[in-house]
Design a binder for this molecule. Structure first.
Ligand code: WQD
Length: 338
């Protein structure tokens, strides 16, 4: 089966390309490299032993999409391509609504035109906002998003649901990712943030590598075990494997279908626990300080993942320690390249 992977050169996309190949699918990447580097394709080649087909183009462009679908027999789509910087989305909301919502609409229309029915969509636990109870299940009510970025994920989920409800024969799933971290164990691919990282783990690895002076932990006075935020940190390779199982699940479906699944570990760790684990498993001392809270941060969240296990047959297998070792190995590999 040929699977179109939009945003396939990105962090989660590239790891998913590897798992698709491992499972016997043929991934075809569509990426405009607006937030990724072409060197990712070399990393993929080193892991897989051959080139992965990659089309350079913007998936928010109907003509680009049409030409891809016209020149390839596409059997299913995994739609990763999106902008994802929370802060930027507050400053430039139209960019986010145009790109994230616009590309999904164009993609669904083009899929319809070419008779392609199956899609796995990248959603986020951001749709739960600050939940009243944790762990969150898929039936935990969504809360109003606290950024335009988060709102695009809520809107996109609704677009998928309403398209299926309209009676069209399509099979869609949205995977609600918790916090993806880590890198491929070969250190051939990993996270490549542009500029100063806003996510925790790349900031940690860059600090440990001496590229940043110190990490600031955003607040240690929350009502949690040690005062720092709680997140569900999931290894990106486990997350990638969830997409393969979701596609296999959709392969069996013939009727119109839409559902959402939590993709996390089912366990919460505090930011401080993550920092301590990083130091311990990698034998490095991290320079950090406690700073003020970051506005808009969720205090604590982690996911109940029983539905993914029961229906998709998926479960996270890698530990936080493995993820942090892989992230550090990747950062060291990046340093060697320079
Ligand atoms: C994790 C924790 C910070 C940096 C965001 C998006 C979400 C998502 C993943 C898409 C928080 C703390 C961080 C630092 C810190 N999706 N932190 N110092 O905010 O959970 O989720 O990224 O791409 O939709 O909202 O992830 O990695 O930014 O933060 O103390 O320098 O680490 O306060 O508690 P977050 P994160």
């Amino acid at each position: 089966m040929n699977i179109l992977v939009t945003g396939g050169a990105g962090f989660i996309g590239s790891h998913t390309v590897v798992e698709l190949e491992n499972a016997g699918f043929r991934p075809i990447i569509l990426d405009d490299f607006s937030n990724s580097e072409k060197s990712v394709l070399d990393g993929l080649k080193n892991i897989l032993g051959h080139d992965v087909e990659c089309i350079e183009g913007n998936c928010n462009d109907t003509e680009v999409l049409r030409s891809v679908f016209a020149s390839h027999k596409i059997d299913g789509v995994i739609h990763f391509a999106a902008a994802k910087a929370v802060g930027e989305s507050v400053e430039n909301p139209l960019k986010y609504y145009d790109l994230n919502v616009g590309s999904l609409i164009k993609l669904i229309r083009t899929m319809e035109e070419f008779g392609v029915k199956k899609m796995v969509f990248s959603s986020s636990c951001t749709v739960y906002g600050e939940p009243d109870e944790i762990p969150v299940t898929e039936s935990t009510p969504r809360k109003p998003a606290n950024s335009p970025y988060g709102n695009t994920k809520t809107i996109c989920e609704d677009i998928l649901r309403d398209t299926v409800l309209s009676g069209r024969n399509a099979q869609f799933v949205a995977l609600r990712y918790f916090n993806p971290i880590g890198a491929h164990e070969t250190a051939e691919i990993g996270e490549l943030p542009s500029g100063v990282p806003s996510n925790l783990v790349p900031y940690i690895t860059q600090t440990a590598a001496g590229l940043r002076n110190e990490l600031t932990i955003f607040g240690d006075d929350y009502d949690t075990i040690d005062g720092t935020n709680i997140r569900d940190f999931i290894h990106v390779v486990d997350l990638a494997k969830a997409h393969v199982l979701a596609l296999k699940f959709l392969e069996e479906k013939e009727e119109a279908y839409y559902d959402v699944f939590n993709i996390g570990t089912g366990k919460g760790n505090s930011v401080k626990e993550l920092v301590d684990t990083f130091e311990e498993v990698n034998g490095v001392k991290l320079n950090y300080k406690i700073g003020p809270r970051r506005p808009g941060d969720t205090i604590k969240i982690y996911g109940d993942v029983n539905k993914s296990q029961d229906i998709l047959g998926w479960k996270a297998e890698k530990t936080l320690a493995e993820a942090l070792k892989d992230a550090w190995r990747w950062q060291q590999k990046l340093a060697e390249r320079k």
